[in-house]
Design a protein around this ligand. Structure first.
Ligand SMILES: Cc1cc2nc3c(=O)[nH]c(=O)nc-3n(C[C@H](O)[C@H](O)[C@H](O)COP(=O)(O)OP(=O)(O)OC[C@H]3O[C@@H](n4cnc5c(N)ncnc54)[C@H](O)[C@@H]3O)c2cc1C
Ligand SMILES: Cc1ncc(C[n+]2csc(CCOP(=O)(O)OP(=O)(O)O)c2C)c(N)n1
Ligand SMILES: [Mg+2]
Length: 575
């Protein structure tokens, strides 16, 4: 669009800037302090999706961002509308997801007077946003919005909040898009390593006998999937994945070892402990990944490629930090990386893999019990050749999904990793489907997490959003029950959970709904859901007291994993 100056209200400038940023859909909930902006939507092409709770709006924006890499937008009123966004903002912050949250605020003259629905939301969200702004004048809107989008998506992405007073929305200002271009002198998202660091890294790579790539979420953010695969193949380096990195390298790739960490594969964790060189690509050594840091990978040198300097040496001391964009750094490294024979190391890893059959649940005979692993593995087999996205909630089902759904493509798993936010799946799944309407979206919550945001079923119906919902219903807050089983003498305090009849609930919203209790029913029901044009809800009633194996207990060393006792004795009920 050609640059021209025109006089508009702050509200109209807001939407016009969003349009120019490429936004076509926003997720929100109105109220008094944001009403001028809602009123001005009539002048805009932007589609507004009415959510049922502002937390849902933030997770939808987050799901939208994670499905595409673009910026998701959520809108709320002041006070309770804004505070309802806090969990979603913190979720996006922990997982480096670019969202922009716009909140109405009381009139600028009332600020600080405890006016009706006044909350200092910039104060509240200061530690959980990458940056936030309070706008009190219409002439600030354009440059703040442009800056907010730039900050949200550049460097290490993250959430940005814009709080706009009611008078700033209502009053007029001259709108000049070009003049509002971001100019941020102190903000440097484009760092790159010094030449000497590259030399040191290449030396370590050349001399390593037992190297491992730790593949993280930064690969997806950077769009470095190809470069990582080329690096791994050229130097014959096996690859271990973080939860948020899954899909960065196809699960079926021969160098892909699977997930690391607390519920990762035992052979992956042991390989990390035995490695002599760790190449951390866009991952931040979360405590779910390292176990006890004192005993973490004691014999290895470490190269950390990471865009955020604050992550270097934060959890794990590294030998060579390469600070900058992963893709660009790998492009620099690749021409200097040569082929190396790693027969011994590969043989050792294959030996470690040898005892993995204990988790091969898919090949167990049908005992009449329905396990979450069966459901997830069957869902994977049915959807593996389509462009599908699974959006999980938090808990046992999340870990089983990571273990049994083999992600072949980037951004095909969307999950809350760092904050572990229950209630994430349904709204984030809505956001993902809005962002990628051509994709087949499977929302996979537990019975606990689903009940935290199930109000968004109405959003699905009102907006005619085709998602399939696979509730993994075990009658428990399963992951907490598992910790009680292991560490609190099976004292199941506050973890047994009753739920409504999910089929009736779905039907009350006009959603086609099924209950599945037997393994033989899984595939036909998944097929029926895929064929149905509208949204579908499936209540998978699985084993109540199943356990996620293997597991590193909190504080234990990474290789000290609790293993499945016997594949045929899954639960107390079974014995
Ligand atoms: C119940 C539960 C159990 C869990 N168990 C496990 C487990 O067993 N295993 C596991 O792996 N996780 C597990 N997690 C998830 C874990 O908590 C972390 O969220 C996850 O390990 C983080 O992965 P990451 O470091 O790859 O991603 P992030 O936390 O998103 O970090 C990505 C890093 O990449 C950097 N980055 C971003 N963009 C770029 C770029 N362009 N170039 C370079 N760097 C970039 C960022 O600055 C950041 O440091 C679990 C979570 C829950 C809720
Ligand atoms: C908002 C929130 N509250 C509490 C927790 C702690 N928590 C982690 S997993 C879990 C149980 C989840 O239960 P459910 O959704 O049924 O999934 P399951 O583990 O049974 O698969 C709880 C309570 C959390 N992660 N998020
Ligand atoms: Mg449950």
């Amino acid at each position: 669009m050609a640059s021209e100056k025109k006089t508009l209200t702050g509200s109209r400038i807001l939407w016009e800037c969003l349009e120019r940023e490429g936004v076509h859909t926003i997720f929100g909930y109105p109220g008094g302090a944001i009403l001028p902006a809602y009123d001005a939507l009539k002048h805009s092409k932007i589609h507004h999706i009415l959510v049922r709770h502002e937390q849902g709006a933030t997770h939808m924006a987050d799901g939208y961002a994670r499905a595409t890499g673009g910026v998701g937008v959520a809108v709320a009123t002041s006070g309770p509308g804004a505070t309802n966004m806090v969990t979603g903002i913190a979720t996006a912050m922990m997982d480096s997801s670019p969202i922009v949250c716009i909140t109405g605020q009381v009139g600028s003259k009332l600020l600080g007077s405890d006016a009706f629905q006044e909350t200092d939301i910039t104060g509240v969200t200061l530690p959980i946003t990458k940056h936030n702004y309070l706008i009190t004048r219409a002439d600030e809107v354009a440059h703040v919005v442009r800056e907010a989008f730039y900050v949200a998506k550049s460097g290490r992405p993250g959430p940005v909040l814009i709080d706009i007073t009611k008078d700033a929305q209502q009053s007029n200002a001259e709108f000049d898009w070009d003049a509002a271009a971001p100019k941020m002198r102190g903000y440097r998202p484009d760092l790159s390593p010094a030449k000497a660091e590259y030399v040191k890294a290449l030396e370590l790579i050349k001399n390593a006998k037992r190297p491992l790539i730790l593949a993280g979420h930064g690969i997806l953010v950077s769009g470095a999937e190809m470069e990582v695969q080329m690096f791994a193949e050229r130097a014959s380096v096996p690859v271990a994945m973080t939860l948020l990195g899954l899909g960065a390298l196809p699960a079926s790739h021969q160098l892909n070892l699977g997930m690391m960490g607390m519920h990762g594969e035992a052979w992956v964790n042991t390989a990390i402990q035995e490695a002599d060189l760790l190449l951390a690509f866009g991952m931040r050594f979360d405590d779910r990944v390292t176990g006890n840091v004192k005993t973490y990978a004691p014999n290895s040198k470490k190269i950390h490629i990471e865009i955020d300097p604050a992550e270097i040496n934060k959890n794990i001391k590294v030998d060579v930090p390469l600070v900058g964009d992963l893709r660009k750094i790998l492009q620099e490294l690749l021409p200097h990386v040569g082929a190396v024979d790693r027969c011994e190391w590969t043989a050792r890893i294959n030996e470690l893999k040898g005892d993995s059959a204990v988790r091969d649940i898919q090949n167990l005979p049908d005992s009449g019990h329905l396990y979450a692993a069966h459901v997830i593995n069957d869902l994977w087999r049915e959807t593996r050749h389509s462009d599908s996205i699974v959006v999980t909630d938090v808990g046992q089902h999340q870990m089983w999904e990571a273990q049994y759904y083999k992600h072949e493509t980037p951004r095909s798993l969307i999950t809350s990793g760092g904050l572990g936010t229950m209630g994430f799946a349904l709204p984030a799944g809505i956001g993902a489907k809005v962002a990628r309407p051509e994709a087949e979206v499977w929302v996979m919550p537990g019975d606990g997490g689903f009940q935290m945001t199930m109000c968004e079923l109405a959003t699905i119906v009102q907006e005619k959003i085709k998602v399939n919902i696979a509730i993994i219903n075990n009658g428990f807050l399963g992951m907490v029950r598992q910790w009680q089983e292991f560490f609190y003498d099976k004292n199941y305090e506050a973890t047994p959970l009753i739920s409504p009849d999910f089929v009736k609930l779905g039907e009350a919203y006009g959603i086609k709904s099924y209950a599945v209790k037997r393994r033989s029913e899984v595939i036909p029901t998944v097929q029926a859901a895929r064929e149905h044009k509208g949204p579908v809800l499936i209540d998978f009633q699985v084993e109540k007291e199943d356990t996620v194996y293997p597991m590193v207990a909190a504080g234990a060393s990474l290789h000290e994993m609790i293993r499945r006792p016997n594949p045929l004795m899954e639960t107390g009920d079974d014995e």
